[in-house]
Design a protein around this ligand. Structure first.
Ligand SMILES: [Zn+2]
Ligand SMILES: [Zn+2]
Length: 404
């Protein structure tokens, strides 16, 4: 400590007016990191004293009271320091970033504030890995100002505790939770009574027992997961759900205009985001924006909306019907998934000027629509024969391995 003190004395002796602009700015940056490290050391020391109840030696009732009395700390700062120290014990990555001075006390505070024991328990129950959450949030804090970090934290909270009712008495007889895990996955968990389970099972079975496309190698669990999503898509597409804030409910994708126009795999392209589930990669955002039934919000470089997708053009339904009749099923080589499983794919993406038309449209099941956007496959229709051809990312054609 005495060395630290004498270093600070030396620092106070520097004539700042003598320094060049560069040296001065370097010093400010250096001191900012050092201040973070000192704040982290203070937090650790407070935590150690808190854990062994050292404040009792001075007759204080709590560490917080001791900080207020002996250090004349503001009550909110005392509370923040004690609680940050306690919760950082469960967040080693955030603690390490703080100790290294890479993030400040304000960053550590916004992260630890959200990490209540109740939420941590709920996240664990939903299968969300706390270590992964810690790594993601620490990475976000290293790259952003505290108020921006707070936005990421809020997203985690919304996923884990969407209605803020964590303290409600849990009804263990029926419950269903969904949590978006910041890692691009959504975790589901729940219990139903026998009647509720029967309804859900009957609906899922209806989707699972339809004609299975040739070459379907999905496991039972994968098919059941796909059936659940299909059930939701069918309800949204059917238009029978109640309006939400005066609008027909549907999936909404936000994507940057530059990202929409970029080639697949182009470097440095921002991803898109979904209203609830959060960030998605640019290829996935382009695929969702490709289907005319998905509402899209296109943003400019400043993040402000440029265009809010034309709501449900009347022609798109008629065009889709025509394509369903023409194609009959998913047109990817070797697939015969039925139309109700399929998206309307723009062969030339509308962002590149491709029209929503029969000529430019193709039925692709979700799996193969994903192949065409995320996977780099392409499809082309021979105008002479009317037959569809499928090409791998290397340009070679996927040919039928059986039959003529
Ligand atoms: Zn598409
Ligand atoms: Zn397919």
């Amino acid at each position: 400590m005495s060395e630290l003190r004498s270093a600070l004395d030396d620092l106070a002796g520097i004539d700042l007016a003598e320094l060049s602009d560069d040296t001065l700015l370097d010093l400010v940056g250096e001191l900012s990191t050092t201040a973070n490290r000192v704040a982290a050391a203070l937090t650790s020391a407070v935590r150690a004293a808190d854990r062994r109840e050292a404040y009792r030696r001075d007759g204080a009732v709590s560490m917080k009271a001791w900080l207020r009395g002996s250090c004349r700390m503001a009550p909110e700062q005392a509370t923040a320091t004690v609680s940050t120290g306690r919760r950082l014990e469960h967040l080693p990555e955030t603690a390490a970033a703080f100790a290294a001075g890479e993030i400040g006390a304000a960053h550590a505070h916004v992260i630890t504030m959200a990490m209540t024991p109740g939420r941590i328990a709920k996240a664990a129950e939903a299968g969300i890995d706390l270590g992964e959450t810690d790594r993601i949030l620490a990475g976000l804090a290293r790259a952003t100002a505290p108020h921006e970090t707070a936005r990421g934290v809020k997203q985690w909270v919304a996923g884990v505790d969407p209605d803020g009712t964590l303290d409600d008495a849990a009804d263990t007889r029926r419950r269903f939770t969904m949590a978006s895990g910041l890692d691009g996955r959504v975790h589901l968990r729940g219990d139903l009574d026998a009647t509720g389970g029967e309804y859900l099972h009957s609906a899922l079975t209806a989707f699972m027992n339809g004609d299975r496309p040739a070459g379907d190698t999905r496991s039972y669990a994968e098919r059941q997961a796909d059936a659940l999503v299909a059930l939701a898509r069918g309800a949204l597409d059917g238009g029978s759900l109640p309006d939400v804030r005066g609008e027909r409910p549907h999936v909404r994708v936000t994507i940057d205009w530059m990202a929409l126009c970029a080639e697949r795999g182009a470097p440095g392209v921002a991803g898109g985001s979904l209203g609830w589930a959060g960030p998605i990669n640019p290829e996935t955002a382009r695929r969702l924006a490709c289907d005319a039934s998905v509402a899209r919000i296109i943003t400019g470089p400043d993040g402000l909306p440029l265009d809010v997708g034309r709501a449900q053009r009347s022609s798109s339904t008629a065009i889709r019907r025509a394509i369903e009749i023409r194609d009959g099923h998913c047109i990817f080589a070797g697939c015969d998934a039925p139309p109700e499983w399929c998206d309307y794919h723009h062969v030339v993406h509308w962002a590149h000027g491709g029209p929503t038309s029969c000529d430019n449209g193709a039925l692709l099941c979700e799996r193969h629509h994903t192949c065409c956007h995320e996977g780099g496959f392409t499809i082309r229709r021979d105008p002479g024969t009317g037959r569809w051809h499928t090409y791998r990312p290397d340009g070679s054609e996927v040919l039928s391995r059986a039959g003529p």
